[in-house]
Design a protein around this ligand. Sequence first.
Ligand SMILES: Nc1ncnc2c1ncn2[C@@H]1O[C@H](COP(=O)(O)OP(=O)(O)OP(=O)(O)O)[C@@H](O)[C@H]1O
Ligand SMILES: [Mg+2]
Length: 588
Amino acid sequence: MSNMGRIRSLAGTVIRADRDKPVSNFEVARVGNERLLGEVIRIDGTEVDIQVYEEIDGVHVGEPVEFTGELLGIDLGPGLLGSVLDGIGRPLLGSFPEDSVSCFLKRGFFSRSLDTKKKWVFTPIRACGDPVLQGDVIGSVIEGEGFRHLILVPPGSGPSRVREISPGDRKFSVDDTVCLLENGQKISLCQRWYVRTPRPCAEKLSFSEPLITGQRVLDTLFPVALGGAAVVPGGFGTGKTVTQQSLAKWCNAEVVVYIGCGERGNEMTEVLEEFPHIRDPHTGRPLMERMVLIANTSNMPVAAREASIYLGMTIAEYFRDMGLDVALMADSTSRWAEALREISGRLGEMPGEEGYPAYLGSRLAQYYERAGRVMALGEPRRKGSITIFNAVSPGGGDFSEPVTQASLRLSGAFWALDKRLAESRHFPSINWKQSYSLYERALEPYFMQNLGEKWRDGVSFLRELLDRETELLSLVQIVGRDALSEQDKWDLEMGEIIRITFLQQNAFDPLDAFNSLERQMQFAGTLKDLHELVTKEIEKGVLYQQIQSLGLLRRVLSLRGTSPEELQERSSAWFDDLIRSLSGLEGS
Ligand SMILES: Nc1ncnc2c1ncn2[C@@H]1O[C@H](COP(=O)(O)OP(=O)(O)OP(=O)(O)O)[C@@H](O)[C@H]1O
Ligand SMILES: [Mg+2]
């Protein structure tokens, strides 16, 4: 018997209804004659408030409400990779029911997130009689070009043994049973999970290696740990979206989940149009083959952003549980926080700072806590991770506002985008004075082991010179450039060279868009050698003016535009040439 109720009143997309039987918090309700999807967000005696995640025009008082007894969930299984879902998990693009092949789904339209007709070849790794526990791998299916999608005993299942399991080479749709356990549990290729509940793991692991972004300023100066979290705050037009897209494209995560969380409508369209055409630069295959895109379309109420965040996180956890490294990005946290503010306002809750609900911080914390490096449940043992990159778009670029502040308390890397840098076309517009990473200490052993002493030398050289430049620039404001010593004048130029050649990186130039750690260090080393060579000449009496005539900035830039293969041989010729030019200068 279903649990029914009637709509009593409406306030925007929050409706109040009565109910026949008890309901639980966050229970999914189908609202009105069109059966729009909503979640119970408050229980008040025999009445409940329901947040509806679809447009609610034309729904009237007195229409029925059905309480489903379920929480908001998603089907996880083969076919998820490459899909584009809306904020409540309905596929937006692809070979699904004809009338839904569009960015705008019909209201009340219900669809599973997976294609239930498609067949997959299941290959077992367990046999009849094998004991199994939750999280154990029982087999796999191959998706796309060789992605091995592991089929796991769903978390929460009790210990049992395999009674029947399909032999290899048979095809199944996601709902077919491939394995029957002795306790009667049927395991199919797909498992349903309530998105607000974190998926369990065996153990949380400490940070020990970086997630490599290929962005020089990030990996070298402000690295993020695999399983860590970075916030990317920036005002309007500072490059949040381009930065996240570069990360999605280049970072070394195996799976990328991208949540387009209510940024400008046309920006979402851009994302939907662009991502399907982007090629994975590491493999040449379409990037979407290892991505899941979640898009809150503009015809959905802002509250759906709240659902999309949990949806994205659950999908990320599912791939983490297979032992993969997942990057999760949301653009932007601010729009999610605004949704919380709106829902809270409709409920008449006491507003906190800037009208956000008092629980803003704890909601964000619940999200960030689901990131991390873990040992997954079950056998064979698998390590997986979720690394978060969340954009924040503070109004007016003011980082002291509550969403930026709450985000920075919860994350270990802060990549501050700067309007002035963006205006002067310094991209990525990451402000090297404001940004920081708390992961450096944890990652030091990794860097030392993989890159050696030159990593420490390179990083401290870059930092010192950038600091020195800042200091000298403020000095110049007081005394003028001419009053500086020859060495100071050169340090100032060196700072500029570092900024332009090392910190700036062109996301649209294929040779520059990605640098391996090795290459980043090689580059830093080149800059350091250059600095030492010139400093020696200055000590011998060469004037800065003479150095200036050598066009060093241009020379360094020419090195940046070389492919990694060319760089090795070019850089020694480059140095010979430099030394020749320097020795041609006469000390005064
Ligand atoms: N790494 C980069 N390399 C080259 N150009 C860039 C880079 N990052 C940003 N840009 C330029 O800056 C423009 C604005 O960037 P983007 O759309 O990412 O900003 P945003 O912060 O997402 O803006 P909004 O606040 O409108 O969402 C881009 O169209 C591009 O021209
Ligand atoms: Mg943007």
